[in-house]
Write a protein that binds this ligand. Structure first.
Ligand code: HEC
Length: 565
């Protein structure tokens, strides 16, 4: 009886629901105003970008920044020159508009007012820029200048502290440049013109005559001979097609001196290492709220700033404190730091603890960290705080005297370590149990291996900064595979993969993010809205499509790039 009553009620409820649904579908199909409203609701701000020279322009980055906000949102024009900001990305208010398209400036409009629930239309007119030299990326300067590959590659060292604009616009002759380059070598890597930091160990600035060949070359491509360059300025073609399908959000840091070097996400929160200052930074990606945690300065006369940041399985953060010769551990729950300093007898003026491998501590309680000064490797027992030294470069031809330097250190699923050599292109594996070394070398003579990561199949993906490639070391089959970058002088710094198997990278020269499909070798490039010195790259795999994050190391901002396909 009761059952039958229930099922009758259920049937009636179902019937009512069905009728309501049908009505709703009907109403949607028949009411053109509803269609219109939905279409409008989909965009907060949209329009077309044109210029007299090109008509509708594809690949132009259009940025909108709300008055008083620290967040800039950017989209990119499609092949009809159309751009569109989705409604949920721009809240009502007054926005400043800007564009990036090399060779062009925004003629107008430069402002847009966005009202709730309405689409604002803004067709943007561009005009040829009067000052192209302020718009060129490092890659475009390198493309433009005459010189051999080897000569140009001297300059990819300069971009770690400032752009090449400063170099090509200088008027110094060869002799003066010898001393300028010598002065550059007195600065620690963690320096920018805004915040130079002197090295204590000045070995790098010794024998300045060795800088003469570079100085001679620079005197031939700067303005020492006259007010104009002897070469024609060349620009990269703007991106097309899939490279235009992304939304980019930039979060400004509260001080221009903050240098977000490594940006990672842990449990939905963004954390970054500050390359130039002794703070750990945090950003809430939902609100843009920024927090800093002051770090200890165990060696007060030495440069400050941190490089690598990573998380262990418990969500603690670990940082390499560079010239402070220590590793820091930070517990986000208690907001307390714990420091592991090199023992006094191992401290040197050039001690520099850069890279850390906290993602494998759970394997055996050990963390690998390199000392980039003497280029050696330590294994830290995190329970006892003891550093054990191993010397992987000693096994390479010529041994310790060889011109090798350790750049990155990563660890595989068994916590075996892999170090990349920056000078002669080796990767050396250190067996965690036997401490035996095994080496492999990239084919390219001067690849300048930088950073990367080991994936869940124990494949080590790393960037060839100078070789302009991504390399995959299959640590099981012990073989290398290389993937060239789509654009010259991309000079990739780091690599990460996403859950679909795509490989992501970027560098300090093109202001583009590269997404590479390793099965086809094909790559998509996404343009960034501003000059961006990119170091570590990160992928958030929890979003509908993988989201790319990085820091603007010289531009004091954190960048999120969401691909739309
Ligand atoms: C380790 C960081 C660092 C590197 C690497 C670096 N610079 Fe600099 N550079 C600076 C800083 C800091 C300044 C501003 C302070 C100064 O001029 O000493 C600067 C300024 C300059 C200037 C302007 C100086 C002036 O007097 O107007 C030139 C030119 C220059 N750098 C050239 C170079 C060249 C060429 C290279 C590469 C061979 C290079 N820099 C590499 C840190 C660096």
């Amino acid at each position: 009886m009761f059952t039958r009553y229930c099922s009758r009620v259920a049937a009636a409820v179902l019937a009512v629901l069905l009728i309501q649904t049908i009505n709703a579908i009907d109403a949607r199909a028949q009411d053109p105003r509803a269609e219109d409203a939905r279409a409008k609701a989909a965009a907060a701000l949209a329009g077309q970008v044109t210029s007299a020279e090109e008509g509708p322009m594809e690949g132009v980055v259009v940025s909108a920044k709300k008055q008083g906000s620290t967040i800039t949102v950017s989209v990119i024009t499609d092949e009809q020159g159309r751009y569109s900001f989705p409604a949920n990305r721009l809240e009502p208010g007054d926005y400043a508009l800007s564009i990036r398209a090399v060779g062009y400036d925004l003629d107008g409009p430069r402002k847009a007012e966005i009202a709730a629930g309405q689409a604002t239309a803004a067709d943007l007119k561009l005009r040829k820029t009067r000052n192209l030299t302020r718009q060129l990326t490092n890659a475009e300067w390198l493309m433009s200048m005459p010189g051999t590959e080897n000569q140009k590659m001297e300059l990819i060292n300069c971009v770690s502290c400032h752009s090449l604009e400063r170099v090509v616009k200088s008027t110094y002759d060869t002799d003066e440049l010898v001393s300028v380059i010598q002065r550059m070598n007195t600065y620690a890597q963690s320096s920018t013109p805004l915040r130079p930091q002197r090295r204590i160990d000045l070995a790098r600035a010794a024998n300045p005559e060795r800088f003469r060949p570079a100085a001679e070359y620079i005197a031939s491509i700067n303005l020492s001979q006259g007010p104009n360059w002897s070469y024609t300025l060349q620009t990269l073609p703007r991106v097309k097609g899939r490279g235009t399908r992304a939304i980019i959000t930039e979060y400004d840091m509260p001080r221009q001196t903050i240098a977000p070097h490594d940006v990672i996400m842990v449990n939905g929160t963004i954390w970054y290492s500050n390359f130039d200052e002794s703070y750990l930074g945090r950003l809430d990606p939902k609100t843009g709220r920024h927090t800093e945690y002051a770090m200890a300065v165990p060696k007060p006369n030495f440069p400050v700033g941190t490089l690598d940041i990573g998380a262990d399985r418990d969500g603690n953060l670990w940082l390499g404190m560079m010239y402070q010769a220590a590793v820091a551990k930070f517990d986000p729950k208690t907001e307390q730091f714990q420091y592991f300093s090199l023992p006094p007898e191992r401290q040197r003026d050039n001690s520099q603890l850069n890279m850390v491998t906290p993602d494998r501590i759970h394997v055996d309680g050990k963390l690998w960290v390199n000392d980039a000064g003497p280029s050696t490797l330590f294994r830290l027992d995190v329970a006892t705080g003891k550093f054990e030294e191993v010397d992987p470069l000693s096994m390479l031809p010529g041994g310790r005297k060889g011109p090798y330097t350790i750049y990155d250190v990563r660890a595989d699923s068994q916590n075996n370590a892999y170090v990349t050599d920056f000078q002669r292109n080796y990767v050396v594996r250190v067996d965690a149990k036997t401490k035996a070394f095994t080496a492999i070398k990239t084919a390219n003579e001067l690849s300048r291996n930088r950073r990367g990561r080991i994936d869940d199949q124990d494949r080590f993906w790393f960037a060839q900064y100078r070789g302009n490639r991504i390399t995959m070391l299959d640590t099981k089959e012990w073989r290398l595979q290389e993937y060239p970058m789509p654009t010259g002088f991309t000079n990739p710094y780091d690599v990460i993969w996403d859950r679909n198997g795509d490989i992501w990278t970027s560098g300090m020269s093109t202001d583009r993010v590269v997404r590479l499909n390793p099965d086809t070798g094909q790559a998509i490039e996404y343009p960034l809205p501003r000059p961006t010195n990119v170091r570590r790259v990160f992928i958030d795999n929890t979003t509908e499509r993988p989201t790319f994050w990085t820091g603007s190391n010289h531009g004091a901002s954190i960048i999120k790039l969401e691909p739309l396909d």
